[in-house]
Design a protein around this ligand. Structure first.
Ligand SMILES: C[S@@+](CC[C@H](N)C(=O)[O-])C[C@H]1O[C@@H](n2cnc3c(N)ncnc32)[C@H](O)[C@@H]1O
Length: 206
């Protein structure tokens, strides 16, 4: 299937159609992303090993977990208390087979989720806060479910950071989260011509 999916999913405006695209991409997603040199797994590893100190039994939410390609890094680092959430049942099916999640939840991040407030030590969200996927308002929801002193690890592409309201939403929530670190810009998919340049944002809930 190859290269076409990236352009399709990041240009899709309808959330319903996007879900269809992920249905058809799910089986090939991991292979394609690995071929394109997906940078988030190594970026996440860097954050987890250099920027924060957390216990191995930390409760982690992988918001928009997809197939679990990024959370595999956490599992390999011996984190086992991971909850995955995604609105695509087909992506969740692949994630389930990896046996890295304690629980998988089939829900959308574009509205308030059923998750209890103030419960996760870490909330991770990579490749999801972007055009056609999950809007800036979800930042508030991700903060809501993070414990006091817990961490949020978010990837956001430079091109949409201001344009789609992420900058403003972070600013609006600045009393609830403190900025710990923002990575240097990096190419999310170095082997793909349409790749975005992204940054990893690390916040702590205050
Ligand atoms: C590019 S994939 C990223 C998956 C994973 N986080 C990763 O980095 O490999 C985007 C994911 O966002 C999910 N997604 C898109 N819109 C969503 C929504 N409204 N609520 C929850 N998940 C959504 C898709 O189903 C897909 O699994």
């Amino acid at each position: 299937m190859g290269k076409k999916w990236l352009d399709i999913v990041y240009n899709e405006k309808s959330s319903i159609k996007l879900k269809q695209h992920y249905k058809f991409w799910a089986d090939d997603y991991d292979r394609d992303l690995v071929d394109w040199g997906y940078a988030y797994p190594s970026q996440l590893k860097k954050v987890m090993s250099q920027d924060i100190k957390v216990k191995k039994d930390s409760k982690i939410l992988d918001a928009g977990c997809g197939t679990g390609l990024v959370a595999q890094v956490l599992s390999d680092m011996n984190f086992k208390n991971i909850v995955g959430l995604d609105y695509s049942i087909d992506m969740l099916k692949i994630a389930k087979n990896k046996k890295i999640y304690k629980r998988l939840i089939h829900e959308s991040l574009n509205k308030k989720t059923s998750l209890r407030s103030n419960q996760f030590d870490i909330v991770l969200c990579t490749g999801v806060l972007t055009s056609g996927h999950v809007g800036a308002k979800a930042i508030n929801e991700l903060i809501r479910v993070t414990k006091n002193k817990g961490y949020l690890i978010l990837s956001i592409a430079e091109s949409i950071f201001e344009k789609l309201g992420f900058k403003d939403e972070i600013e609006k929530n600045k009393k609830q989260i403190s900025k710990i670190k923002i990575s240097k810009p990096f190419i999310a998919l170095p082997n793909h011509k349409s790749s975005a340049t992204s940054k990893m944002y690390l916040f702590q809930r205050v």
